[in-house]
Design a protein around this ligand. Sequence first.
Ligand SMILES: *[C@@H]1O[C@H](CO)[C@@H](O)[C@H](O)[C@H]1NC(C)=O
Ligand SMILES: *[C@@H]1O[C@H](CO)[C@@H](O)[C@H](O)[C@H]1NC(C)=O
Ligand SMILES: *[C@@H]1O[C@H](CO)[C@@H](O)[C@H](O)[C@H]1NC(C)=O
Ligand SMILES: *[C@@H]1O[C@H](CO)[C@@H](O)[C@H](O)[C@H]1NC(C)=O
Ligand SMILES: *[C@@H]1O[C@H](CO)[C@@H](O)[C@H](O)[C@H]1NC(C)=O
Ligand SMILES: *[C@@H]1O[C@H](CO)[C@@H](O)[C@H](O)[C@H]1NC(C)=O
Length: 711
Amino acid sequence: MRSFLPVLSLAGLASACQRDFSTPQHTHRKPLVRRATQFPPVLSQHETLLANSFDANSIDDWAHYYGHENKLAGLGKAAAEWTRDRWAENGVDASLKTYHVYLSYPVHQSLSITYGNGTSSEVKIQEDELPEDDATGQEGNVPTFNGYSASGNVTAEYVYVGRGTGADFERLVDLGVDLDGKIALIRYGGIFRGLKVKNAQDHGMIGAVIFTDPADDGNVTVAKGVAAYPDGPARNPDAVQKGSVLFLSTYPGDPTTPGYPSHEGVPRTDPSVVTPRIPSLPISYRAAQPLLQALNGHGLEASAVNRTGWKGALEAEYRTGPAPGVKFSLNNQMEGKITPVWNVIGFINGTNSDETVVIGNHRDTWMRGGTGDPNSGSAILVEFTKAIKKLRESGWNPKRNIVLGSWDAEEYGLLGSTEWVEEHVDWLKETAVAYLNIDVAVSGPRPGLAGTPELHTLATETFKKVIHPNFGAFNISLYDAWQTVYAGKGRVEPLGSGSDFTAFLHSGISALDLGSGQGAGDPIWHYHSNYDTYHWMATYGDPGFHVHSAIGQYLSILVYHLVTDTIIPFDIPVYTTELRGYLEDLDDAIAASGEEIDTAPIAKAIDVFDKAANAIDALAKTAGSSKDAGLIKLVNSKYRDFQRGFVSQGGLPNREFFKHVVTAPGLDTGYAAVTFAGVTEGVQYKNYDVAREWVGKVAGGILRAAEILAI
Ligand SMILES: *[C@@H]1O[C@H](CO)[C@@H](O)[C@H](O)[C@H]1NC(C)=O
Ligand SMILES: *[C@@H]1O[C@H](CO)[C@@H](O)[C@H](O)[C@H]1NC(C)=O
Ligand SMILES: *[C@@H]1O[C@H](CO)[C@@H](O)[C@H](O)[C@H]1NC(C)=O
Ligand SMILES: *[C@@H]1O[C@H](CO)[C@@H](O)[C@H](O)[C@H]1NC(C)=O
Ligand SMILES: *[C@@H]1O[C@H](CO)[C@@H](O)[C@H](O)[C@H]1NC(C)=O
Ligand SMILES: *[C@@H]1O[C@H](CO)[C@@H](O)[C@H](O)[C@H]1NC(C)=O
C-alpha cells in the first residue's frame, strides 16, 4: 500500500499501500554524513553481471502483463500462477501457499446529496473508462469502495472534519461542533484512511465520505493550467483513491485470526475490533467540490478551526457545517466472506541453512492496473530472478538462503505476509537475517528508503553503485539523487507500517523498505485509482521503464551482498546514533508535556548497547579478514539475532501485535513511525503511568539486544 514521498513533496499523498506523510516532524536524528561518490561507479564482476542483466524492455513486458490482470485479493489466482511460473523458469523453487482469510467485497455503493431546498442529486462515485487507456475499460475495475467498510444505509447532515486526525476531532469537540449522528466529510492525507473512519466512529458519527484534494498535488493541477491525465500529468478530476479501512495500527493480517495463520477450518474471532461499524466511501475531488460548497456560510470558518491541512485547493470555504437540511444519503452494501488467497513463495537455498534473507512484494491490487502499486515491484522481482539465474550460471552460489514472497491481500491489511510470518515465525526467528520490502518500487523518479538502522550504511552505500537514468540531461547515481535532488537530507526513515515489512519487523527481524516516488513538480501518480495503469506508467511515470531497471539493479546488488559477504554487511554503531536521536526527541516531547518522566534508564541502556555495538563492530572486522569459521559464525549469528532483543518485552498497550520497542506505526498515524511508541504515546495521550512503565520496557529491550550482541 505505500510509496515514498520525498520530504520536498507535499503532505498527503498517500500507501496502504501508500503511506501518507504529514509535515515532517522536528527531529534530533543526525543525517548520515554525505560521502564522496565515484562516478561512474566501479562495480565488481558479479555486481556488473547483475546490473547488466536488467533489461528495461522485459520489465516493460512484465509490467504490461500485471497491468491487465484481475488481482483483487481472492480473485488473482492466475497472476499468482504466472508469477510462480516465471520465477520457476529462472531456477527458483516456487509454489503457491494458500490461506483462507476474511475479506469483504462491494455489492452496492451509492451517495446522494439533498440540498436545503429539497432537491437531491447523485454524487458520481465511478471512474470513467478512458479510451486512451485500455486497462481502465477492462472488467474487474470494481466500483470505488473501501475494503472492510461496514454495510449501512444512512441519511444525515454532514460535517467537514479536515484530515480526520485525532487532533482535528479534538479541536472540533473543543469548539463545540456537533458531530453526533452526523456523517463525516474527510480529506485524504496525513494518516491511514481506516483511522479517519475510526476517529469519526469514536465521535458518534454514522458514516464517512473521504475525498482527494488537489492541494496535495502542488503546482501540477488543472487549476494551475496543467492538463489532466490522460492528456497531461495532472490528476484526473474523477480519480478516486480506494483502499482498506482496517484499523491498521491495532493489528494487521486477517482480522479473524489475530496471532495465528488462517488455515481452513481454524477458529475465528469477531473482526469488529479492527473493522469499522460505520459505512464509508471514497470520492474524487470533482465530486467533492459541490459537497464542500454546500457548507459555505455554515458552521465554523477554516480560520477559526485553525488546523494545518484544513483548507484545500477546491473552490469552497472549507467550513465545518453542518448546513441545515443539507444531507448525505450514503448506501454501502458489502459482502464478507472467508475465501482463499495465494502467496507465491520461492526458495534459492544457500550453503548456510541457518541464515535467510527474505525479499517480498505484494501482488494484489484494487483494480486491473496497479502498475505503480505494487506491480512496479512485481515486475522488478521477475527480472531479479533472471539476474540471479545468470549469476548462478556463472558459478556463484549464495551462502545464505534467499526466500522470495509475492504476497496476496496486502491491500486489505497486509494479510498474505502476516499470515505467512505467523505460520513460519519459529523458523524465521532461527534463521532470518533481514527482510527487504519492495512495494511501490516506482511511482516517480526520486529514490527513498526506510529501514532499521543497522542497514542504513549498506542501503545508502549501494545507492552509489547504481546510475539514475533520468535526472535532466545527465545521469547521476541513485545516491546523489537521494542526497541532493531528492532531498532525502541524508536520513533513512524509521519503519511505521502500511506495507509487508510489518510482521517481520515486529518479530524482531531487520527490515528495509525501498522504492522510488514522486516529488514536487513530478507527474501525479493516481494512487489506488483505476488510473494507476500501464499506460500512465509508460507515458508519465517511467517512460522506457529505466527507473524500474535502476531500482532492480539496486535491489539485486543489495541482496547479493546480504547473501554473499563473509560477514553480514550490517553497521551496528549506526543503531546507537539513531537511538540517541530518538531519545532526544522523546525528551522534548516529555518536556513539552510538563510531566516529570525520568528517561535515564533508556539513556543507560543505550550506553550499554553502544559498548556492545563497538565491540562487535571491531570483532567483525577481525573476523572478516580471518579464515576463522567459528569466529565468522559467531559474529553472523549475533548480527542475525540482535533485533530479537527489541521484541522481548511483550506488545504495546492494547495492541500486542506491535512488539518492537524502538519503532511502530503511530496509533493515530497507521503509516508513519513513532519511536519508543510505548513511552511517546503514553505522553501524547496523557497516560503517564503507562509512559513510565514503558521507560523500563524500552530500556529492557535495548539491554536485551545489547546482551545478544555482547561478545
Ligand atoms: C437547490 O439548491 C441547489 C444547490 O444550491 C441548486 O443547485 C439547485 O438548482 C436548487 N434547486 C432548486 C429547485 O432551486
Ligand atoms: C436507503 O435509505 C433510503 C433513505 O432512508 C431509502 O429511501 C432507501 O430505500 C434505502 N435503500 C435501501 C437499499 O435500503
Ligand atoms: C509552485 O510554483 C511557485 C511559483 O513558481 C513556487 O514558488 C513554488 O515553490 C511551487 N510549489 C511547489 C510545491 O512546487
Ligand atoms: C492558530 O494556531 C497557532 C498555532 O497553534 C497559533 O499560534 C495562532 O495564534 C492561532 N491563530 C488563531 C487565529 O487562533
Ligand atoms: C530449501 O529450504 C527450505 C526451508 O528450509 C526447505 O523447505 C526446502 O526443502 C529447501 N529446498 C531444497 C531444494 O533444498
Ligand atoms: C542516461 O541513462 C539512460 C538510460 O540508461 C541512457 O539511455 C542515456 O544515454 C544516459 N544518458 C547519458 C547522458 O549518459
